[in-house]
Design a protein around this ligand. Sequence first.
Ligand SMILES: [Zn+2]
Length: 352
Amino acid sequence: MATMPHAINTTAATADGDAGFVCVCCGKERRAGLPVVRSAGDARPFELHRCDSCGVVQQFPRWAAPKITALYDQGYYVFAEREEHRWARAVQQYVIHLASFEATPAFQDAHRATGAAHHRQGLRLLDIGCARGHLAALARQRGWRVTGLDLSADAISEAAVRFGLDVRAGSLASHAGTLMPFDVILLGDVIEHVPDPVRFLQDVRKVLMPGGTLCIDTPNWGGFWRRWGGSGWLGLNRFHINLFDAESLGGLLTRCGFTGVHLAAYTHYRYQGWIARPEVRRWISWLPGFLGWRIGRFLEKRGGGRAWSHLVANPPVDLDAAVQRVQSLAANPIVGMQSPTRGDNLIARASR
Ligand SMILES: [Zn+2]
């Protein structure tokens, strides 16, 4: 999850009736009056409404698929991130979601094999929304058999050429028939972008091995900064057409047939300290110069968690550095984990 310029107002208005609203996740037709988030002064205005039944916050009215697709043609912000940020984010997501599998007997058995056999026997990972392949390349180096999938043909082509990965461009639905079942499927910063989350998760379940694990990472509507940051919360932008809290994501996974759902949260490595928060920076910018500077200094020294500060201060610059960083973090795979009402990134684990 990254920031992008946006202009969104959180209004206290009650939605004017439920006319035409059908929840994309549960099919019910009642939306809650609050909150309504409305873009302001945007060439492509949109609104977010909360389903009164399942709690999923969603774009309404939902744009047609071509209009959503066109957004990504205009320079999707994630693809503009600097190289070291991509590696740092890959390290963080690997440690949060995948590192703990390295201790499982299945993974260890594969690791005991050597050479070519090693790559035939590792746990199978599908990275959906793999972008330019940084996390997929890192996982392969750690011993996974990785397949990557992304809607962006440009990103996939770069991942294939640069890392030699097994990557495919297009939707999951378009490839589902040719994919072997996977031990683990990762949806990192994906489900908030998907027009039909129910159908998508049903497709995901079809390519997950019985007993396999689904890992989800998505902006946390139930988190502290969403509740206190108002319209400045960094999870709000027009690409995020579905937003979940622990209850609504857990409910959706259960309805889609997943079991053993476990939910937690953490915060993106770049936004842990208070002074790094765009929501806080905005408040400080309203203060007179010296006062703002003093408060900024105070928050810098006192505020917020520091579990991932090494990734800010010293981000890995290439694949080898990222692999080394994971190695040094492997002893502490749940670093920075928070309750689902705190962190900015909601994470879920569920089984087929
Ligand atoms: Zn609903």
